[in-house]
Design a protein around this ligand. Sequence first.
Ligand code: DX5
Ligand code: ZN
Length: 218
Amino acid sequence: QSTLIAPSILSADLTRLGQSLKIAEDAGADWIHCDIMDGNFVPNITFGPIVVDAIAKNTPLVIDTHLMIADPDRYIEAFVKAGSHQITVHQETCPHLHRTIQFIKSLGAKAGVSLNPATPISTLESILPDLDLVLIMSVNPGFGGQKFIPSSVEKIRLLHKMRTLRNPDMVIAVDGGITEENAQEVVSAGADALIAGTAFFRAADPKAAAAKIKSASR
Ligand code: DX5
Ligand code: ZN
């Protein structure tokens, strides 16, 4: 199976949302990654359900919503209603992670957990069998265009080992600082899906960039 690519709409030209979605579609993108930031859990604010709704209504691609918000339980339903097929919450924001994951699934969406660079894989030990997806942050969340943190690769390897034994269908996605240059290393470590903001939307040729990133294989 070829590597999935998920352009992050945060790095697109937001005055041309429809056109940006078309660019992603034409480039063979698999998911559209929606970065939701609240100015509380992370030091930046982006957009909410009404923008996700507009995106979902204008693309056939899978809507992958990454909630970088405190107390995500309050907003999960709104983001599913807006058209999110996958909802990823941060482990650091969920004291009752099991309940939150079951809640996402009860709404008919796929459930993911994201880990900040300093949060160890071991924190997922008990919840792993329940997860559809894990999103490894390879930058500190808050902004696009940051540099990939090299120690993320070891975390991906460890998670890949763990899921092979306990939940082989679970998807490993990696988010932050992905480039055409590091995609192969990240996929070799065990990643199935790569989020790409800058490397896709700010590329001179997004279609070529996507092809290069998707060609990474295990
Ligand atoms: C970081 C976001 C990422 C980011 C990706 O807080 O979760 O999705 O926008 O952008 P690049 O690929 O530019 O690091
Ligand atoms: Zn993200």
